[in-house]
Design a protein around this ligand. Structure first.
Ligand SMILES: Nc1nc2c(ncn2[C@@H]2O[C@H](COP(=O)(O)OP(=O)(O)O)[C@@H](O)[C@H]2O)c(=O)[nH]1
Ligand SMILES: [Mg+2]
Length: 317
């Protein structure tokens, strides 16, 4: 990850970290020696950061083991470095693999419930791919609301990528078909398809997404190459059930976790890694197209405990 991206990730995790490190620090000021009570408190602090009960228990048990081995006394740095290491291990398997596989055109389908940040995340992905020297074509397959098409068009203009769109109410699968066809004909490297988060009902939405997948495969056998589920980090454990609902009909490849900047519960990444068989591949850390990071377990675990140097003064405030 480039330096700027780590800084963004750290900024994005400010709220989570301030609470996590702040509370751990407060607990440690009172407890110089490792006790069962202290471990329980650590467990509660981790649960409050939304890492999930299972992971919190596992982490505090691991911490207890490691600290007992080290003689049973702990300073904040010891506790955070042990937790950081253990969390990185837990997230290791969740780390996104190749994002280069498939295509050209490499077809990305973005799904998720309304308002989680799909359209904004598409802008981020588009800008990132463009920065890698790839030609990107967007497909406005959320035709359920006129505003959705306009929103994606605005992003396309701002970033300087092309877009295929039809009128509101058009068949989303037809838009997807046109987009992929044009990408093939004109040699685009990456296609990113926006989709609706809500139709008349859930079954309708799931059927629609299946149809989009079929239409893509008519032109590109192994597509879509990345089906990304956008999850809002603020929804906490509820995001896990959203993921389970989508997985039931659309084969998902990875998570794009949005709005990490707005939550003190960034530990949700750990719960996702433990509870879902899906890697977190990208994170969104703000509303601009640059507020984006590829997910790396080590960087993420580090950013959970370590602030950006410029904002260290505000730590624990
Ligand atoms: N703070 C923050 N806001 C975000 C992020 N991603 C999206 N948003 C905001 O979330 C709202 C809904 O985003 P949108 O892309 O329209 O969601 P969609 O309905 O899933 O397409 C907008 O106000 C976005 O600016 C993020 O990473 N951080
Ligand atoms: Mg949208």
């Amino acid at each position: 990850m480039v330096f700027g991206a780590i800084r963004k990730l750290k900024r994005g995790l400010d709220k989570t970290r301030n609470r996590l490190v702040g509370r751990l620090g407060a607990a440690l000021k009172r407890e110089v020696y490792l006790t069962e009570g202290f471990l329980e408190e650590v467990e509660e602090i981790l649960i409050a950061a939304d890492v999930g009960v299972e992971a919190a228990v596992e982490l505090s048990e691991g911490l207890g083991r490691r600290l007992r081995e080290a003689g049973g006394t702990a300073k904040l740095e010891d506790v955070t470095s042990v937790l950081r290491e253990e969390i990185a291990n837990m997230l290791g398997g969740a780390e996104g693999e190749s994002i280069e596989s498939g295509g050209p055109p490499h077809v990305i389908l973005v799904v998720g419930v309304n308002g989680v940040g799909k359209t904004t995340s598409i802008a981020k992905l588009a800008k990132w791919h463009q920065g890698q020297g790839r030609r990107v074509l967007l497909g406005a397959a959320d035709t359920f609301r006129a505003a959705a098409v306009e929103q994606l068009s605005l992003w396309a203009d701002r970033i300087g990528v092309e877009i295929v769109k039809q009128d509101m109410g058009a068949d989303p699968a037809a838009v997807a078909f046109d987009t992929v066809a044009r990408a093939k004909a004109q040699g685009f490297d990456v296609v990113i398809l926006d989709t609706a988060g809500r139709l008349q009902n859930k079954e309708g939405l799931m059927r629609e997404l299946e149809k989009i997948g079929r239409v893509v495969r008519k032109q590109i056998e192994d597509g879509p190459h990345e089906t990304l589920l956008c999850l809002d980090a603020n929804t906490g454990q509820n995001g896990i059930s959203q993921a389970q609902e989508f997985t039931a009909t659309v084969p998902l490849d990875a998570i794009f976790l949005t709005k990490l900047d707005g939550t003190a519960k960034g530990g949700i990444v750990v719960a996702i890694a433990q509870g879902l068989d899906l890697p977190v591949r990208y994170v969104g850390t703000g509303e601009s197209a640059d507020d984006f990071a590829l997910f790396h377990a080590q960087d993420f675990a580090g950013a959970l405990f370590e602030a950006d140097e410029e904002s260290v003064g505000q730590e624990n405030s």
